[in-house]
Design a protein around this ligand. Sequence first.
Ligand code: PLP
Length: 395
Amino acid sequence: MTSHEPWSPATLCVHAGHRASAAQRAVVAPLVHSTTFLLDDTAYSAMTQGRASEAWIYSRIRNPTLDVVQERIAALEGAERCVVFSSGMAAIHAALLATAQSGGSRVVAHREIYGSTWDLLAHLLAPLGIASEFVDLNDPRARGAALARGADVVYLESITNPSLDVPDLQVIATEAHAAGARVLVDATFATPLLQRPLDLGADLSIHSATKYLGGHSDLIGGCVSGQADLMARVFRWMQLAGGCLDPHAAFLLDRGLKTLPLRLECHQRNALELARRLAGHPRVERVLHPGLESHPAHERALRNLQGFGGMLSFVVRGGDEAALRAVRALRLALEASSLGGVETLVSLPCNTSHARMSAAERAAAGIPPGLVRVSVGIEDVADLAVDFERALTAA
Ligand SMILES: *Cc1c(COP(=O)(O)O)cnc(C)c1O
């Protein structure tokens, strides 16, 4: 693998992982659908020496189109290796099992994490002997007490969903390592452009590539990046549990990644402007966006991120029913879950990502009634502002 260190992220997004050359003349990386490849002496010796992941043998193990995006994301993350997966959840599952693999292991997770990750930890991994405790990792006493009870893995997100909190990753990672735990960060909301978790002490950086990395709401994928030894274990989970990315999805991801810096710049500009406009609306009780000085994590965001991201949440006066009425009155923004695409999407955590939680559990996770989450797209922000202001007034 060539070193990409002197290149800046915007250049890496366009070029890392594939370069046209005399040998490979295609400017755009070819989409290789083939499931299998001609065997030769190199492939046989790789297999007999236990290095199958290094040879092109079978596409669940290695595929040229997947190589392109894996090398590009590793370069963006400052990682030795990236492995892509069929979804963000497949990536999270593999990262957790690669680091908490023995029965009787303990995960200390931030109290506010993606709903399906919470569900995975609380309901599928717990019966297998991987116990999870959900704590406020921003609270030094709660954090210290949880680590003192023993931890193999500390799990958090760069920017949390939906209250857009920004944990102090460097501080948390230092304490977690002192307690003997590995640190896993889901950096989906931040992208590698706003935070490189490995630089701040994380052992593995995870993304749902479905979101900003793909960027067009047309692929499901995930990735895990880290140093080579730990990634060899993550790779084993991909290879044997079988959550490999489809080459066509990898091709779409290759295409999407090229414009990530441009898209993100626009998402961020629009999100901050819309957050300011919504904060002045009489039907809005509160706006949560890390770029607003009123946000409790504003200072932590300045320390931990290169920007404030494209997500915002707001609390509609009158609770979940009023919020749903407002969302239904929107004409431009679309009522759909997911995020990070070019189109503005709105959803309520209470009936989507956090529907499996009780109202009390949602409150404990920092989700008040009436909360609406917005993935701000790249439309003209003046049109978005008109849409939201009109819908709120009508509801
Ligand atoms: C969407 C999402 C996931 C899950 O990713 P999928 O690609 O849907 O499997 C995990 N974490 C975060 C923060 C997400 O937004």
